[in-house]
Write a protein that binds this ligand. Structure first.
Ligand code: PGA
Length: 242
């Protein structure tokens, strides 16, 4: 079995560069993409030799009067190869819409950044059933991708599972991953990699990675706990936990 892909989404952690370097060194493997906060990009880049570098967000314009924003070209010049787009925390906190997500994917495409596009239903949608969740996710995909045939990776992250300690169950996640692949195949003519995100840790990772439809994970909280993340890395590489 090939290694599953792990995207380490550090979010706004850690505070100190020395801690960023320590966590990055512990996460340094080929099947890992480390997405630190912007100020730590340089230090993380210098600390790793195998892992690839990602960013947690990007703006859609190339340059100009956009206080606080970071352009796709700036990311590429900083050694970044991957970017997370449309994370639910950004959708909720900053009102990122499918329209904004679309602009960001298009901007990433121009400089050949690999986009990890996040989708996932909130709890009140899931309470209406899995079919309703699938319709919600299909709408997000159509709104974000439209007619683009640029290959993206999708992170399926049910909002209610993020940071809660309550992950989705692997069977329904695999069903959703297959649905996402089918929707994008129909829209854009290719089958994307689909990752699962939402409270992934060393205890539950194997259940997700056992499913062929699930190509990896977007890991938040556990990615800044080196011992925990090392276990997730071993499981993703198909090695038994020590
Ligand atoms: P979590 O976060 O692993 O802490 O639930 C996942 C994410 O938000 O990408």
């Amino acid at each position: 079995m090939p290694s599953k892909l792990l995207i380490a989404n550090w979010k706004m952690n850690p505070a100190r560069e020395s801690d960023a370097v320590r966590i990055a060194k512990a996460s340094d493997a080929k099947h890992v993409v480390i997405c630190p906060p912007f100020p730590h990009l340089g230090a993380v880049r210098a600390a790793v030799s195998e892992a690839r570098l990602g960013a947690q967000d990007v703006f859609w314009e190339d340059q100009g009067a956009y206080t606080g924003e970071v352009s796709p070209r700036q990311l590429v010049n900083a050694g970044v190869r991957w970017v997370i787009i449309g994370h639910s925390e950004r959708r909720t906190l900053f009102g990122e819409t499918d329209e904004i997500v679309h602009k960001k994917i298009t901007a990433a495409m121009r400089v050949l950044l690999k986009a990890v596009v996040c989708v996932g239903e909130p709890g009140d949608v899931r309470r209406h059933g899995h079919a309703e969740a699938k319709r919600f996710v299909a709408r997000q995909l159509k709104g974000a991708l439209r007619t683009l045939d640029f290959r993206v990776t999708i992170a399926y992250e049910p909002v209610w599972a993020i940071g809660t300690g309550t992950p989705d169950n692997p069977a329904e996640t695999a069903e959703m991953a297959a649905h996402i692949k089918e929707v994008i195949q129909g829209m854009a003519g290719y089958e994307p990699k689909v990752l699962y995100g939402g409270s992934v840790n060393a205890k539950n990772a194997a259940g997700f990675f056992a499913r062929a439809e699930i190509d990896g994970a977007l890991v938040g909280g556990a990615s800044v706990r080196p011992d925990e993340f090392k276990s997730v890395m071993r499981i993703a590489a198909g090695r038994k936990q020590q």
